[in-house]
Write a protein that binds this ligand. Sequence first.
Ligand SMILES: C[S@@+](CC[C@H](N)C(=O)[O-])C[C@H]1O[C@@H](n2cnc3c(N)ncnc32)[C@H](O)[C@@H]1O
Length: 332
Amino acid sequence: MVKCHLRFLVCPNCRAELDLIEVEREEGNQILEGALGCSHKDCGKQFPILGGIPRFVAKENYASGFGLQWINHARTQYDSTSGVNVSETRFFEETQWPRKMDGEIIIEVGSGSGRFTEQAAATGATVLSLDYSFAVEANYRSNGARENVLIVQGDIYQMPFHHDSADRVFCFGVLQHTPHPKKSFLELPKFAKPGGSVVADNYVKITGIRSLFATKYWFRPFTKHIPPLLLYKLCNLYVRAMWPLSRIIHHLPKGKYINWRLFLSDHRGEYALSEKMMCEWAVLDMVDKLGPAYDFPQTLETIEEWFKAAGLEDVDVRPGYNGIQGRGRKPS
Ligand SMILES: C[S@@+](CC[C@H](N)C(=O)[O-])C[C@H]1O[C@@H](n2cnc3c(N)ncnc32)[C@H](O)[C@@H]1O
């Protein structure tokens, strides 16, 4: 972390200011190893800085599978790696934010490998990016050197940022993977300034006959208990072994649909991805479906109810990239 970014952080325990109490290793303007300490005498909690990242939670936790997934696929979904502008398009369409946001503060909740951190940082805003898992290390490798990016490992339920401080808050692909999605969502507006924008999404709940074909929910009761490394190896083996067959299935009637049900993410004809890259995306997708400890899809009505419960204005909730996406504004 860069020293001057300390002003964006507070103690997640008591919300007092933090002090830089130890610097063990620095490189340029980055503090790589050290510690932060709470300034409140009755709290006194300390938080290590490891690998340039302030850590407010234990490195290993329920989201460790995500950590492994994003370390193994640190750049897979970055537009600059894939050559398709999926992340850029989704970021600007889902948020409806402008391309230039110099001088603004954006909080990103649940950054994963940081493909959206890259997009947010490119607007010129200062991006405060948080994730619960050690995926922050993948994000740090890609975005950590940017002067306008602060990456922390922390929990959505105890974010170490000032309340009412951000011009914009976004949370993509995360809520359904937390233990209490509504409670998680209700944390987000606390950090937006009055008048600030809040954007979040959630998987959609499939109902009726279609729900019978949501194959991931057949397997998840077992696979979510498999140790992350073993699950990763199994998914990797399965997808790579099945990939040649997926090309044949693709040409059958409903072939694309069948491939998706078989965990062989089929983007053929959708994105200009090479077969090799598509196969890599499919491995990532399969782990992402079967590994998470939590997966709570919601209906559109439920998400609307959350935005209402948060007291947000100008609410727009609709089907979107991740199932359902919603935007709202904190009252001025
Ligand atoms: C599917 S990934 C999405 C990553 C990224 N936003 C993207 O769309 O590429 C979900 C992320 O949510 C994070 N996450 C899960 N529980 C969290 C929590 N309690 N606080 C913050 N992040 C959490 C996971 O560590 C994981 O990186």
